[in-house]
Each structure stands twice: as structure tokens, then as C-alpha cells.
Write a protein that binds this ligand. Structure first.
Ligand code: GDP
Length: 206
């Protein structure tokens, strides 16, 4: 299914604009510039699907993507949707902006029965920052299963990746809704992408 062309359904500024519940949803969250658009594009093998932009914090919408032409035929993978959450944590964000982000995301996390898992992206160079920690707490509070993905591993020494994975795992170990495995990725080099696809499909099937 990751090989199908994917299409953008719509940007969702508040809950009433969400498509009706149907396919199993997998959402992606991360600080602005963490590499979220690049990772989604790498996952689906389509460069232009999620916009890659260096202008942080502009859109406050959940972007909703589904594979085109799903037939439901025997042997097909289960129907699924990818939800790109707005980036957080950019320095100049006014409080009203942060509050709007929190409301949209929390409403979605709490109110969406078809949401299966959230992938929280962490930049390998920076590790878990205070605002990432706040988002993990929000996910724990909403009791939505989440898994941490390290991005841009090509930007740190190859030898440092296992240590960073262990250190990150230690930091989330006691969090109730955290999935106890970290995926290390580089969209640039294509590393960890297949592993992430498998993790997503396993989450959807369970
Ligand atoms: P978003 O704001 O989280 O959607 O981040 P983007 O996907 O737009 O990426 C932000 C910047 O990081 C862009 O300049 C990307 O080219 C760069 N980037 C994203 N992923 C990687 C990666 O795996 N390796 C490297 N070296 N750069 C990356």
C-alpha cells in the first residue's frame, strides 16, 4: 500500500472538518523543521506529497492523506490514512498560536476512535527537548499509543546512533503510552524507512 500513489484529502483546522471515521489513522508530530514532511514523502515514495518547507509554524491544520484507488480486494493491505500534524515549538510562536495547536491536537487525540498510533519525530542532533516532552505528556494524558522516530541520522556520526537510541529509550521508558522501541531514520539516505513502514503496518494490523 505504501507503493500506491497517495493523495491529499484536506487540511483540517478543527474537528468538524475531519473526514468521517473510516480507515485506520497514523499521525505524525514533531517540532517545526524536524524533517516531518521529508519523512512522510519518503514513506510513501512521493517527493511532493507533504510540503517540505523551511517556514515554520505557518499552517495550523491536520493534513489528511490516503492511498488513491484502494479497492479492498483480498490480499490488499488494510485501509489507512496518514495525518500530518502541524509542527510545534518554533521560537516566535505567540501564546494564542500554541493554545490553538494544543486544542486542535488534543481534540483530535481524544476524539478519534480510528487513530491507532502517533509517530513523534525527534531530530537526532537535538534529542528530546522541553516542548517534545510536553507533547509526550499530552499523548500520555490522551492515552494514545505513540512511537518515537529519530530523524536526520545522517547528520550525526554513525557510531553515535545506537547510543542516542538507548538514551532516548531511557527517557521515555516510564511513559505509559510510549511504544518501547525507537526507529532511527534518515529520509536523505533512505535509512530506517522500510523499518518504519513495517512498524506502521504492524501497528495497524494489531
Ligand atoms: P518539517 O518542517 O518537519 O516538515 O521538515 P522538512 O521535511 O521540511 O525538513 C526540514 C529541513 O531538514 C529541510 O531543509 C530538509 O531538506 C531537511 N531534512 C529533512 N530530512 C532530512 C534528513 O534525513 N537528512 C538531512 N540531512 N536533512 C533532512
Amino acid at each position: 500500500m505504501f507503493g500506491n500513489p497517495w493523495i491529499f484529502i484536506r487540511g483540517v483546522p478543527s474537528m468538524e472538518f475531519l473526514p468521517p471515521e473510516g480507515p485506520t489513522e497514523i499521525a505524525f508530530a514533531g517540532r517545526s523543521n524536524v524533517g516531518k514532511s521529508s519523512l512522510i514523502n519518503a514513506l510513501v515514495g512521493q517527493k511532493g506529497l507533504a510540503r517540505t518547507s523551511n517556514t515554520p509554524g505557518r499552517t495550523q491544520e491536520l493534513n489528511y492523506f490516503v492511498p488513491d484507488g484502494y479497492t479492498g480486494a483480498a490480499g490488499d493491505l488494510p485501509p489507512m490514512a496518514l495525518i500530518d500534524m502541524p509542527g510545534y515549538g518554533y521560537a516566535q510562536a505567540p501564546k494564542a498560536h500554541v493554545d490553538a495547536w494544543t486544542k486542535l491536537v488534543f481534540d483530535y487525540l481524544r476524539g478519534r476512535a480510528t487513530l491507532k498510533r502517533v509517530y513523534v519525530l525527534i531530530d537526532s542532533r537535538h534529542g528530546i527537548k522541553k516542548n517534545d516532552d510536553d507533547v509526550l505528556s499530552l499523548l500520555d494524558k490522551a492515552a494514545v499509543s505513540y512511537q518515537v522516530v529519530l530523524t536526520k541520522t545522517d547528520k550525526i556520526k554513525a557510531g553515535a546512533v545506537p547510543h542516542l537510541m538507548a538514551e532516548t529509550l531511557e527517557k521515555i521508558r516510564k511513559r505509559p503510552a510510549a511504544f518501547p522501541e525507537i526507529v532511527a531514520t534518515s529520509s536523505e539516505k533512505g535509512e530506517g524507512i522500510e523499518e518504519l513502514r513495517s512498524a506502521i503496518l504492524t501497528a495497524i494490523r494489531n
